[in-house]
Design a protein around this ligand. Structure first.
Ligand code: KIV
Length: 277
């Protein structure tokens, strides 16, 4: 069994200049595949609301939905650090509620850490979680749970004022005890400045090459769906047409009697005619 990655290993990777890899996983099968390929961090992202559950945004995702998928990912993972994404309104009401919900990811789902969105405004909550023994990853820049307040899904930190705010947010999260921070949809230069200004690793998504690690939604990089993906996503394979072709072949063979053939059927050990006597 491979050695399980821990938070100290992740922070040490930044010091050693080793890039950190993180991908989303929502089920045990994908977790096993990604973990087997040596991905360092598996994020049970609340993006599962849109990717798997058909919601229009991440806002409706519930704790129960997150825990259901987080349990599956934890079961399928041996080496990677598994991070459960705290859904909207599971940590905003009070630090106490955040501890109860964050604790469920560790106790009930087997996650190693949680992630939550926000900067200075959630620093107290991050501190409370960390003091309670729950490792926290921050998430700043484009924060999908509050995208409406940010003017939609758009690049953040383009002007001096918002760039300074993001720098302060990253510092506040580090001071509160977060072990890493996701930087989503911010200019590459700003991500570089933030990455140099904090000792904890930055994990970028649409934040350029200067971050200490990178994360993508796995279904996006695999091209599983036909809908457009954000411009920062690189599709390493375009599976949707291949999936459609395979499904079309199945349907046409079933309809035409080509499937199942002898190779994909079971045979009996007795003489069939003897059953009819
Ligand atoms: O929910 C998610 O998948 C995320 C990543 C995109 C960082 O928060």
């Amino acid at each position: 069994m491979p050695k399980k990655i821990n938070i100290t290993d992740i922070i040490a990777m930044k010091s050693a200049g080793e890039k950190i890899t993180m991908l989303t996983a929502y089920d045990a099968g994908f977790a096993r595949l990604l973990d087997g390929m040596g991905i360092d961090l598996l994020l049970v992202g609340d993006s599962l609301g849109m990717v798997l559950l058909g919601y229009e945004s991440t806002v409706p995702v519930t704790m129960e939905e997150m825990l259901h998928h987080a349990r599956a990912v934890a079961r399928g993972t041996e080496r990677a650090l598994v991070i459960g994404d705290m859904p909207f309104m599971s940590y905003q009401v009070s630090p106490e509620e955040a501890i109860i919900n964050g604790g469920r990811f560790l106790k009930e789902a087997g996650c190693d850490a949680v992630k939550l969105e926000g900067g200075c405004e959630v620093a107290d909550t991050v501190g409370a979680l960390v003091r309670a023994g729950i490792p926290v990853m921050g998430h700043i820049g484009l924060t999908p749970q509050t995208a409406g307040q940010l003017g939609g899904y758009r690049v953040q930190g383009k002007d001096a004022e918002s760039a300074r705010r993001l720098l302060a947010d990253a510092g506040a999260l580090e001071d509160a005890g977060a072990f890493a921070v996701v930087l989503e949809c911010i200019p590459a230069e700003l991500a570089g400045i933030i990455s140099e200004s904090v000792t904890i690793p930055t994990i970028g998504i649409g934040a350029g090459a200067h971050c200490d690690g990178q994360v993508l939604v796995t279904h996006d990089l695999l091209g599983v769906f036909e809908k457009p993906v954000p411009s920062f996503v690189k599709k390493y394979i375009n599976l949707a047409p291949q999936i459609k072709e395979a499904v079309a072949s199945f349907a046409s063979e079933v309809r035409g009697g080509g499937y199942p053939d002898d190779e994909h059927s079971f045979t009996m050990r007795v003489d069939v005619d003897s059953l009819l006597d």
